[in-house]
Design a protein around this ligand. Sequence first.
Ligand code: MRU
Length: 354
Amino acid sequence: MVKTMEWQHNALEILDQTKLPVEISFIKCGTYSRVGEAIKKLEVRGAPAIGAAAGFAMVLGWQQLMAENRCNLPAYEEIKNELIAARPTAVNLAWAANKLYAEAERLTRQSKTQSEIACALEKLAQQIYTDDIECNKKMGRYGAELLPPHTRILTHCNAGALATCGWGTALGVIREAFAQGKIDMVYADETRPLLQGARLTVWELMEDKIPVTVITDNMAAWAMQQKGINAVVTGADRIALNGDTANKIGTFGVALAAKYHGIPFYIAAPVSTFDFSIPDGSGIPIEERSAQEVKTLQGVVTAPPEALAYNPAFDVAPAALISGIITEYGVIKPPYRENIKKLQLKIKEEIFNE
Ligand code: MRU
């Protein structure tokens, strides 16, 4: 399995996902701002992956402040805010950047030296990276239990190893279920405008010899009916307290079509994707990207250049359409408000007991 990113102590090497599947090439990011640029351009993408990348970027930011002799918390906070602004919807980005900032703040209060803080930040960023893989494996096991033998499953966008630090959320569930002999076929929506499904999910599953069929997004409802699809699993970018879930644009439509056909629609996401401060999906910021992405396809013009275009990168699937949310703590079922609160309490208790 190809690595999404590799930490090199004074740089973060990332796999350039904009080039896949045509080319496997890497970008060496020696500064926090280059990591921020990679996040904006989707060279590194997927909620958990951009969270981990932001963690390493925060380490580079601290190192840079030290080298420039202006290592202080207000300057560090500016770096944090700049990184968080790179992409607004996936909450994992802010989660990781805030975690690193809080650590620097805590150690500054304890009068630790700048170098000691640098070491601690590096350790924390590496922990976020390794924990993510561990969480994905757990989610995979919980999620696979939900799937019947002869599963024909549909997924949207890419929530695989490429979107995480390895293994994947939705594709982690599929990987585990495949290992258990339960997967007959995976249907991958191509995921316009940037084709994360066709370019990344299909490539990733083919690498692992998992049977996959690519479809265009507008085929999903028909494929559900014609191809005996009996489960849907996707990832998430932000989950509100009531279970409303933001994910790649098109997920809402897939969830609606699944509901119509009586097909269970699952979300797989680690707790770093939950935003416990947002009561429902209406508070989730939705990133709007350039109109060019809609009016072109891989650089080829597909609409009159002067046409108006709308390009929300995400939508929100209402909780009522979601059959279960697979996390590293187990599967959350409705009533979501109550059960997500329980999850929040469990996490608070764990932090308190640490
Ligand atoms: O714009 P992207 O490619 O970063 O969007 C990615 C998604 O929407 C994924 O489904 C989500 O981040 C979950 S990744 C495990």
